[in-house]
Design a protein around this ligand. Structure first.
Ligand code: BDR
Ligand code: CA
Length: 306
């Protein structure tokens, strides 16, 4: 079977790092053609550093990295998830290392444009951070939409509470304008909402068997041994890994047509609340796992193997 080609837009971040490891482990099925980075969970100086280290140390092939937005489209100050991901995005115990690899000299939106434009086939964008880089791409180069096969996005709380406010999920709250523009862009948009990972928590005990003595095992141990997610009682929610699992093995999920609506009004407590109106003629899609246990097993076996 031909490999799926995709661009990963992310803000690493504990679960972003886990999702990338899962994609790299599945290099026989998917090939990550470009990494584009934004601020999000942490400041971009850290998320970029983490992306470069991932590309250098864990990607089995060459992949370029480009840095993008560190604030939302409206230029307001970014929100921060350092309480969950640590100030540097790799937890609170590990010292950051300096990568040898350098980022591209062009910004993420231009790197996205070049990669898509030069590609002979349509590429999928797996977006597991704020949607600012993708929104900038579509604003500047609307014609590039025809080269995007689909945008698979981790974001939004549809069936349950948000994780940053009772209404809003973190990625969509970080830049609700960007989320709205991308959802309404006409590009096939497939949403992996937050409740999937909340219903598929992975416990510290389940993770601990992967704390091997090699570089990956040490990294995982440092990242997750003391990690806690205020929304999960006995474990950690691997949001971004759920979206990556869909890209690698879509048969784990159902995929329903719908229209996605996001509230954009900073004055309202419902800002960034997301609704999914199920409709066979809808322009968007939402996914849910067929079986949460099977999804969890897939994430564990595909992310944390040696
Ligand atoms: C999303 O926000 C970030 O904190 C995670 O990396 C994930 O992409 C979950 O709301
Ligand atoms: Ca993320």
């Amino acid at each position: 079977m031909a490999k799926k080609k995709l661009i990963l837009d992310f803000d690493p971040g504990l679960d972003d790092i886990s999702a990338s490891l899962m994609l790299f482990n599945n290099c026989d099925k998917v090939s990550v053609e470009l990494l584009t980075v934004s601020g999000g969970n942490v400041d971009i100086k850290y998320s970029l550093n983490n992306a470069l280290l991932l590309a250098e140390k864990f990607c089995p092939y060459q992949v370029e990295v480009a840095a993008g937005a560190n604030s939302p489209l409206d230029g307001t100050e970014r929100i921060n998830a350092g309480d969950v991901h640590g100030e540097t995005g790799i937890g609170s115990t590990l010292k950051i290392k300096k990568p040898k690899k350098k980022a591209l000299t062009i910004a993420a939106d231009e790197a996205l444009f070049e990669k898509l434009n030069l590609s002979k086939q349509k590429l999928c964008i797996l977006a597991i951070g704020p949607l600012t880089n993708v929104a900038l791409l579509l604003r500047k180069h609307p014609e590039i939409r025809k080269k995007i096969g689909a945008i698979v996005c981790m974001g939004g709380a549809i069936d349950g509470e948000g994780n940053y406010t009772p209404y809003a999920e973190y990625n969509f709250l970080w830049d609700a304008d960007a989320a709205k523009e991308v959802i309404e862009s006409g590009v096939k948009f497939i949403l992996c909402p937050i409740e999937i990972a909340h219903r598929t928590p992975i416990t510290k005990r389940e993770l601990s068997r992967f704390y091997t003595s090699d570089e990956r095992g040490k990294l995982l141990k440092a990242m997750f041994e003391n990690a806690s997610d205020p929304n999960i009682r006995f474990g950690f929610a691997f949001h971004d890994s759920c979206a990556a699992a869909f890209v690698i093995k879509p048969s784990l999920f159902t995929c329903q047509k719908c229209n996605i609506e996001i509230v954009v009004n900073k004055k309202k407590k419902e800002h960034a609340q997301t609704f999914c109106h199920y409709n066979k003629k809808g322009k968007n899609y939402v996914i849910y796992p067929k079986n949460n246990g099977k999804l969890k097993k897939f994430i564990l076996e595909n992310t944390f193997k040696g």
